[in-house]
Write a protein that binds this ligand. Sequence first.
Ligand code: ADP
Ligand code: ZN
Ligand code: ZN
Length: 747
Amino acid sequence: MSAAGSRPPLSEPSQQPEAGLPPVPTCVAVAVDTPQHSGLSGALSYRSERPLTPGTLLRVPLGRREVLGIVWPGADVALPVTPAAADTAAPAQRDAFAQTLPDGELARSERALRPVGEVFDALPPLPPAWLALVDFAAHYYQRGIGELALAVLPPELRKLDAPGLSKRLARLIKKLDKLAAAAAAAGSTAAPSAHDALSDEQSAALAAFEAARVQPRPAPMLLFGVTGSGKTEVYLRAAEAVLAAGQQALVLVPEINLTPQLEARFAERFPAHRIVAMHSGLTPVQRLQSWLLAHLGRADIVLGTRMAVFAPLPRLGLMVVDEEHDPSYKQQEGARYSARDLAIYRAHLERVPVILGSATPSLETWQRCEEGRYQRLTMASRIGGGALPRVRLFDMGVLPRDQALGAKFAVPVLAPLVLQSLRERIERGEQSLVFLNRRGYAPVLHCADCGWKSGCPHCSAWRVFHKGERTLRCHHCGFTERVPRACPDCGNLDIAPLGRGTEKLEEQLAELLPGARIARLDADTARGKGNLESKLAEVHAGEVDILVGTQMVTKGHDFRRITLVVATNPDSALFASDFRAPERLFALLMQAAGRAGRSAEQAARSEMWVQTWHPKHPLYTALKTHNFATFASDQLAERLSAGLPPYSHLALLRAEARDVEVATGWLQAAADIAASLPGAAGVVMYPPVPPSVSKVAGIERMQMLVEADSRGRLQRLLSDWMPHLHAMKNAHRGLTRWAIDVDPLGI
Ligand code: ADP
Ligand code: ZN
Ligand code: ZN
């Protein structure tokens, strides 16, 4: 499968019977969005009066509706020429069809096939590599092909008919041609911005990239660079090389918030090239337009979040996955794909280089580098020679506790030494960043008289106290009420918040540091259009002394004046039941540290304070020396001895029901079936357990972990198992939902 597949020109219909010959009716496979519970996972068969190229978009009847579909490779079987097929029977399934078609049957099924509807001839067919990617993803993540294929197309496409799409395309192309003509008339004045000289490490990384690029099968590359080492510059230069060769680049970022910043950097560097964004923040029409530009080969760079991994790109020459370790690359509903993993597969499929960038790579990626399957490019120093901030641990255990309460809550929010560091920053006109991974004012309200707590009536979770709004809000189901004036159970007027969220932290900082200009950034304050941008602009403009927030503040932003980062209470992740919690914490703290001292002259004064009850924990020891490699090898050793990924392969089967017994029963029955399958050997089924929040919006959840020693073995079992699971659903009344999560992130 080659990267530079040629396309028929736009004006030409994708395929037509040769002139003079009578059209030959054909059986075509079409991927349509059949709901997963229908159990139809392949493409459906339809009758077409002419052959259609796989990848062609069209409309087909499905039940009583007409839906968007994609011609899929497979059953391209010529049918005997007879009068038009009847339009009655249900569609047959592709595989069964292609495999078992003796002549008599052919005639029968030919009668049964429904004819395709409008064909979107104006649009070039989706390229074979795209079809192969979707096919792989659907099988790997155990979803229907059509379900996945349609889910990753821009939703707006479903609303258009063929003339509507043709018109839109014609308009788009006219606009592009006009723009191109105007640019040509202006005599391409748009010069790229001047280049800085590369650091030695950047040069070495690029040389390795150039060498990989000409390989017949470039291995994935990990750009392992500390924050501020100039990774983005490497992406820009790599993209430049690819663009100069007439190819397209696909750049993935974890967070939609980071796209405008990166887009600006790319736009400045490549003024003569078209860059499009692809993320869920676009309007449906913008998203369609970006997609069309990518697919037509009229966009040179696509920059987007995980969904962009499915952007059709006829001239793909490079993929970049920035912050490859970030959990947001994993889709958390529907087909739970990992865009990072799919990017690697796509790179393999299209034989193009993929650069995974991170200061704290995922252990999966790190392990593959250790095995030599990925090439590791290391950039250990910051641009301009600045040091990484000094990491200081504050042992919270040495602080006096308030004996009366006897709880950790009575310990001051900030240790005196840490508070002093904040004061010094304010005096010097520098900025600080204080983070706490919990939004709201307090995680729970509490009545000391009767013990009432602000639980959510619909979930097994507390409702969070939001002081500014005077509400109690459940962060799981959204259930919100005004704060009661008195305890709902005993009438006590004195109900108090327990614990601390960012809203309270902000309030306490204001009390402790009068006159300090404090801004808060979390999901609550970032809500609403433009709020996030204006907050960030304030910070950049130096109008803020202290930025308080959740992990949102630690990601990517190139704050220039921050010289102090404070992690107020990160310990909980050390003992979380999720085996990936330490990996995430380490990444989060390294990333947070990276926000400080980004300008070299301040680097020497930069520090990060970590307030902890466990200053001797090995994670913190590695953090103090910024030593990811040590941390990674410790963690990998633990994972090896516990038989956890990357040394084993996991899937999580989840079930939901109003009654917990139903969910458990279903999982148990599923386990019994799995045990009887031929692929069960070497696969371990763990007993069903509730997830950390077991009830949400009145629905009980249970989950069951499936573990195999090889990916292939897990895949074999899952694909044998799936049809049984689909069939089983009806036998368990009350089961509201089930889903399989392959390579789950949170367990
Ligand atoms: P990272 O993505 O690794 O955190 P960036 O690419 O954002 O690092 O680079 C950090 C800063 O250094 C940016 O402001 C960038 O413009 C600058 N920079 C990168 N490479 C160079 C270079 N070779 N010379 C001078 N400045 C550079
Ligand atoms: Zn009470
Ligand atoms: Zn709730």
